[in-house]
Design a protein around this ligand. Structure first.
Ligand code: SF4
Length: 230
């Protein structure tokens, strides 16, 4: 069963009021997450930056624009993806989040994953990788790989911010994103099989999506509820 918009909005409301770690003292506003409650793909970054702190939405600066173009390059629409961070408030001067801040905030991300139960979770950068796949290995080795753990599929990727000034990393991200598209088709086929209701035509669509129009499938899986959450 997918999450309802009300459930996700209720969680967002709690994040906005949260004072559980010192980051609430320096934020303009918390940035809970953004995207439809029915999203089958979740992207998890590190923490909000200056633009995100001001606007209350994740990945709205230059790194966010690069993320959008990377998704579009493989036929994915950012509006179909739920995007969040491991820490919901901006660390001062964009420093790395402290371990105690990550610990205080972690349950919100766990709740988001538990509610949305996405088919694929994109881990943007080493902090997200360490938080959700502790002990799995470094981002240099795992980027672009599909990692299954606890019945979930994760794909570590370099953080788009790291690729802004490094053309080599941008090419790597583009290549990794092309692999993500295939993973999505596989995940969709698995979900259809588990539901037991996959018709022959469903499975043909899934197979075609690996090299064809993946967004048809994502949109179909999302059903009618595409309301943005913020
Ligand atoms: S970073 Fe997380 S735990 Fe800290 S105040 Fe913000 S929402 Fe609460």
């Amino acid at each position: 069963m997918v999450a309802t918009t009300e459930e996700v909005l209720e969680l967002h409301g709690r994040v906005r009021k949260c004072t559980a770690c010192p980051l609430h003292l320096t934020r303009i506003q918390a940035v809970p997450g953004y995207g439809p409650a029915t999203a089958r793909v979740m992207a998890v970054g590190e923490a909000p930056g200056e633009n995100e702190d001001r606007e209350g939405k994740p990945f709205v600066g230059a790194a966010g624009r690069l993320l959008t173009s990377l998704l579009e390059s493989v036929g994915l629409d950012r509006r179909d993806i739920y995007i969040t961070n491991i820490v919901k408030c901006r660390p001062p001067r964009n420093r790395d989040p402290e371990p105690l801040e990550v610990e205080a905030c972690s349950h919100y991300l766990d709740e988001q994953i538990g509610l949305l139960r996405p088919d694929v979770i994109l881990l943007l950068g080493r902090h997200a990788l360490q938080r959700l796949l502790p002990g799995a290995g470094g981002i240099s080795r795992l980027h672009g790989e599909r990692v299954r753990r606890d019945d979930r599929v994760y794909v570590p990727l370099f953080h788009p911010a790291a690729a802004l000034y490094n053309g080599g990393l941008k090419e790597t991200l583009e290549a990794d994103m092309r692999r993500v598209r295939g993973y999505l088709a596989d995940a969709e086929a698995t979900r259809a099989r588990r539901a037991g209701g996959a018709s022959a035509s469903d499975l043909r669509k899934v197979a075609a999506a690996a090299g064809g129009d993946q967004m048809d499938l994502v949109a179909a899986a999302a059903g009618g509820d595409q309301m943005d959450l913020f």
